[in-house]
Design a protein around this ligand. Sequence first.
Ligand code: PMP
Length: 400
Amino acid sequence: MINVEAIRKQFLVYKKYPNLRFFDSAASSLKHKNVVKAMTDYLSYNGTNVHRGVYSLAQEATDLYEKGRTDVARFIGSNLEEVIFTKSTTHALNMLARGLKDLLQKGDEIVLSGLEHHSNLLPWLELATEQGLIVKWITPEDGKITIPNFKKVLSSRTRLVITHHISNVMGYITPIEKMIELSHKVGAYVVLDAAQSIAYKKLNVANLDVDFVAFSGHKMYGPNGVGVLYGKYKLLELIKPAEFGGEMVDKVILPKSTFKAPPYKFESGTPPIAEVIGLSEAIKFIEKVGQKKLYQHALYLRNYCLDKLKNEPFIEIYNQAENSTLLTFNIEGVHPHDTASFLDQYEVAVRAGHHCNQLTMKYLNQDATNRASFSCYNSIEDCNILIDAILETRNFFKNI
Ligand code: PMP
């Protein structure tokens, strides 16, 4: 089991707000103190650019930044040159969709699930419109992507399969191993949105044989402003950069310049240096605790809350299957924003809204929901306060 008390001491926000009950890590997790320290150290005692200066201070910045790449590569089981630093998952997926444009032609099919976050949906829909691609949708079953439904839309014309690893609304895990195997059989590439899974599920891209993966630092106890795009090297060589500028170019020649080899051709301009340095520390924290333990702790707390709330007739819980670290719910007759505001009085932080996932809202037949997400700094005491506060919310609104 996780020692929550010891973990909380590593998240400085609890020094300022000791009674905070934070259930919104699926939006952005809290930041580990070593992340903050490493970033502050770089900003305070260095602050120079990378890959440019030859003086020692700039060399030190480059070493710290490139160490971030080594840490990410170890963490996901890739080669160094396959790790591209981006601003976020959203940035990574947009960059990828732009880059793949020339490899896809009118009439090619792409497969998308009906449960994607807008970041893993809109770049592909835009691309489909521009290139005349045919979008095939996997119909969810009980809020999950299933292999039989996936097989129904996979064909010899499929060029790309795009999916999340863990859904940001349902919290369920996609059967990606089988999907990758089946996709490769028909010659399709697989794009994996690992934004929600990266802190919880060990990813070994080489073993998985996945083609592209995207994730963000801020969902793994690290900073916002940094994300990762992983791609198989031979595919990154084929893909065009989507952004042009400093450092990514090899030779500026009119009318057609040449670009550096991956990953550098995708990292134009000054990268998020402090953020990459912070990401290294976030990875070290996750490696130290272990993704398995992090996942099991979150699952345990979530199932504890589910058990206490599922029989309340006025609460509708949309993801009751066991393997989710999220509790997605509505209180009868109360708008989710009102619920979230009411819970805030108890220093309980939950998300309200469509969670940038209108497709899943449509599937659930809701405009918006509340979502509680569970993490390593949450305790049973937090959960009891959350449960009581939810019951209080209902009592309060029932009477007005
Ligand atoms: N995909 C999923 C599944 C997410 O949960 C999120 C963040 N809510 C994103 C993509 C986008 O991440 P970011 O905002 O860091 O780009």
